[in-house]
Structures are given as structure tokens and as C-alpha cells.
Design a protein around this ligand. Structure first.
Ligand code: ZN
Length: 242
């Protein structure tokens, strides 16, 4: 899908920042646990919505249930980057994309080759012992029986992701704001811009072109220079169809 205006803005921009949400990864086969479907699935299997499971008090109270849900619904070791991830990495190599800010925790932007990735909600690829801080791989967490315990001290190994009722790291937030403030073009994709801190971040943009790519409408549509209601992978693939 080639959107001429999108292609033109990207070609002319020297400082692009991309800010993406769950919709970027759904096209790699990772379902959005915050979607109606994800919430419903958690309700039917666990008797509570996904937000109540991926939440710090629940993690502390019932780590065995948390990790069962986590392995089934948040870990996708087979997932591969899609056209959107790949195009963004290519645009970064060309010097156009200065930063990718993501709400996703799957590491797919780095897998596609992006270097400056700001992960607002952390990454499932990093896991640390809560007692001694020892790092463990995603595979270790995936293959552990029940609650993953530290190889060195037996403490619980916690994924480095931001759970509900935990704060987004201030470093990541500061970096995201700085990148957005300097951007000439901000492309926001695959997010409905309602989950904190997504909505607030867009407010910092003072550049020329705000582009929104999302399947449904967002509250920022009127302020955007270009709104594309189309799957994001196809939109980015259009950059390289000539
Ligand atoms: Zn330990």
C-alpha cells in the first residue's frame, strides 16, 4: 500500500521519530493483551482481566499464576520483525530515523536492526533476580517450572517489564520526550494513544509533520497532518515499492 503523502514526508524529513504501540507487533503475530479480545481471554481463563494479572500486587501475591499467564500470553520467542520494524531500521541506517520509542516489550525493533530504541515498558529479553540482580535469559524464564528462580541465590527472577501499578522508568521517559521535542516528523503507529504515558508524549511534539497510522481513530486525528487507517506493515512496505 503506497500512500504518496506518507512517502513524500518521509523522503523530505531529516529527523524522524517513531512512536509505536501494540499494533506494530500484532502484525508479527503477537496479540495485544490490552485489546478487548485479550482482556476477554484472561477473564475466561483466569477469572480476571489481563490488567489485574500483569500488575505488581498480583505478581507479588501469586507469582505462580502470573508466570503461567506470562509464558502463555506475553512471550513469543518465534515472532519475527515485520515490514514496519524493518523499514524503521533501514531509515535509521539512512540517518533519517533518530529514535524509535515503543510501548512493546518484545525486542522486535532491535531484532530488525534498530539501534536507538527507547522501551517505555521494558523488555521480556531482560530478566533479573530480585535478590542479587543476576541476569537471566528469556529462555530460562520460558523453560523454568513454575516461578523462575535464580541460578545463584534462589530469588525470584523478574522480567524487566513495567507492570501495572509500577512506574515507567524516568530515564526512558526523559529520552522519549527529548527525542520527540527535537523531531521534525513524528510518526505514531499502532497505538490508540490512550494508555499512559502515550497520550502525554505526543503533546511534546513541536515539529512539522505529525503522522498517525492506526486501524481506528484516535483523539489526535484532528491535530495530525496525515492520518492513515491501514495496517502499519503495509504502509511502511509502501516506502520501498517503486
Ligand atoms: Zn539471585
Amino acid at each position: 500500500m503506497r500512500n504518496k503523502e506518507f512517502v513524500k514526508i518521509v523522503e523530505e524529513s531529516e529527523n524522524i521519530v517513531f512512536f509505536g504501540g501494540a499494533g506494530v507487533s500484532t502484525e508479527s503475530g503477537i496479540p495485544d493483551f490490552r485489546s478487548d479480545e485479550g482482556i476477554y481471554k484472561a477473564w475466561t481463563e483466569y477469572g480476571r482481566p489481563s490488567e489485574e494479572i500483569i500488575c505488581r500486587p498480583f505478581f507479588d501475591r501469586k507469582p505462580e499464576v502470573f508466570f503461567e499467564y506470562y509464558r502463555k500470553n506475553l512471550l513469543y520467542p518465534e515472532a519475527k520483525p515485520n515490514e514496519a520494524h524493518r523499514a524503521l531500521a533501514r531509515l535509521e541506517r539512512q540517518g533519517k530515523v533518530k529514535a524509535v520509542i515503543t510501548q512493546n516489550i518484545d525486542g522486535l525493533h532491535q531484532a530488525a536492526g534498530s539501534k536507538n530504541v527507547i522501551e517505555l515498558h521494558g523488555s521480556v529479553l531482560r530478566n533479573y533476580c530480585m535478590k542479587c540482580g543476576l541476569s537471566h535469559s528469556m529462555e530460562y524464564v520460558l523453560e523454568a517450572d513454575g516461578v523462575p528462580l535464580c541460578q545463584a541465590c534462589g530469588g525470584i527472577v523478574k522480567p524487566d517489564i513495567v507492570l501495572y501499578q509500577e512506574e515507567v522508568g524516568s530515564d526512558a521517559l526523559d529520552q522519549a520526550i527529548a527525542a520527540i521535542k527535537q523531531a521534525e516528523t513524528l510518526i505514531v503507529g499502532g497505538t490508540s494513544l490512550v494508555v499512559y504515558p502515550a497520550a502525554g508524549l505526543v503533546e511534546h511534539f513541536q515539529g512539522k509533520h505529525l503522522i498517525l497510522i492506526n486501524k481506528s481513530q484516535t483523539q489526535y486525528d484532528e491535530r495530525a497532518d496525515l492520518v492513515i487507517n491501514h495496517p502499519i506493515g503495509e504502509v511502511f512496505a509502501g516506502l520501498y515499492e517503486f
